[in-house]
Write a protein that binds this ligand. Structure first.
Ligand code: ZN
Length: 387
């Protein structure tokens, strides 16, 4: 039940020292607000084990059951971050507590800060493991390599994909948590691991480019254009888009009539989970979300009702083969016009074939902090950390 799960999460925060005792009620209220719940029943949680991952799972299931979020990995992750943010003190508050303790004794102040970073680091570590989904991507890449074998690709190609992301070297950064500084990525066009890195890189780059573009053209609007090849003509839904269709047909020199769908990018397009989020950068978030489309994994493709399309292994292998043939020596991402110019000005690295370790422009140096190395264990199907 909701009250109990919230109580456990707050108790976890207080016990680990993330949430000050005096903010117990405040934090509880923040969480209740997230769940749009007015009632709270103070139930006993004595003797209950406080396992963060389990508590969060309970709460996420509840959020799905209540229709607050859609039951998908993406929405669960977003909501999970929101919940954790309720527990962690604001930076200004940390400084204040630190200053107060420092007056008493510098040791007490540094002890406080050390413990706080350890506890929030635990959360970050938990988030890195969960949020970044290294494990799922790695397993996706292994499945992909097995399909390559079935498709008759040569050993060296298969091996490159199979070993993609085998060893991950992170630096423990006191502020940003674990940061990747070294890894091998296969760079295959359909590798789930590599495409996930590419999508991060793309999001980061497009943010830089669009920030600049909006600086120059503050009134610019974004359009989201979908082109679906089809051999059926005159689909009613799209008939009003005839001009777009014709233009595209002409410019792309197509020998079929494509289905063209164009709409303005609105906040709601991609942020349906955040009903009340009309923040200034909402449009930007939506643009960034749509920017992920070129590299979406097709394994979990959904139909128009949002249901995952079930496909047999044979079918997935066949699609993999066709996509690889179709994408051979083709660029998937391109920038044009003003965006192309700005991209050049900013000296941004190639997304498809460039560095997939550093997905933004800040390079991580291995000497910057404690190192953590994660190895993929094939027998156990998971990463294991060597400190
Ligand atoms: Zn890869």
């Amino acid at each position: 039940m909701l009250s109990k799960s919230i109580k456990k999460l707050v108790e976890y925060g207080v016990e680990t020292g993330l949430t000050p005792e005096c903010e117990r009620i405040y934090t509880t209220n923040l969480l209740l607000e997230l769940f749009k719940e007015d009632e709270y029943e103070d139930v006993s949680i004595e003797g209950e084990e406080l396992n963060l991952e389990e508590i969060l799972k309970e709460l996420l299931d509840e959020a799905c059951a209540r229709g607050i979020i859609e039951d998908s990995i993406v929405y669960r992750d977003l909501f999970d971050t929101k919940m954790m943010n309720c527990l962690v003190p604001r930076p200004a508050q940390v400084q204040e507590t630190f200053a107060k303790k420092y007056e008493v004794s510098p040791k007490e102040a540094t002890d406080y800060y050390y413990k706080l970073s350890q506890d929030s680091d635990y959360i970050r570590r938990y988030r890195v493991c969960k949020d970044r989904k290294w494990k799922e991507r790695k397993m996706g890449s292994i499945r992909f390599s097995e399909r390559l074998i079935k498709l008759g690709y040569k050993e060296s190609v298969v091996e490159r994909v199979r070993t993609c992301g085998d060893v991950l070297k992170f630096v423990k950064d006191p502020v940003q948590g674990l940061k990747l500084y070294q890894a091998y990525f296969c760079k295959n066009k359909l590798c789930p691991m590599c495409n996930w890195r590419r999508s991060m890189k793309y999001s980061w780059q497009i943010k830089q480019i669009l920030d600049k573009a909006l600086e120059q053209y503050p009134k610019a609007r974004f359009l989201f254009l979908t082109l679906t090849p089809t051999y059926f003509k005159g689909s009613e839904n799209y008939i009003s888009q005839a001009d777009w269709t014709e233009m595209w047909e002409e410019s792309a020199k197509l020998d079929y009539t494509p289905v063209v769908n164009i709409k303005a990018v609105k906040e709601k397009v991609a942020r349906e989970d955040l009903h009340d989020d009309f923040s200034e950068d909402g449009i930007m978030k939506a643009v960034l979300e749509t920017a992920k489309y070129p590299v979406k994994p097709f394994e979990i493709e959904r139909d128009k009702h949002g249901k995952v399309i079930e496909r047999s292994e044979e079918k997935l292998t066949q699609i993999t083969g066709e996509l690889l043939d179709g994408l051979y020596k083709k660029r998937q991402l391109g920038f044009g016009g003003l965006l192309k110019e700005l991209r050049k000005e900013l000296h941004l690295d190639d997304i498809e074939n460039g560095d997939l370790v550093n997905t933004s422009d800040e390079k991580t140096e291995p000497t910057a902090g404690e190192q953590i190395v994660a190895y993929w264990n094939y027998a156990r199907g998971n990463y294991f950390i060597k400190q």
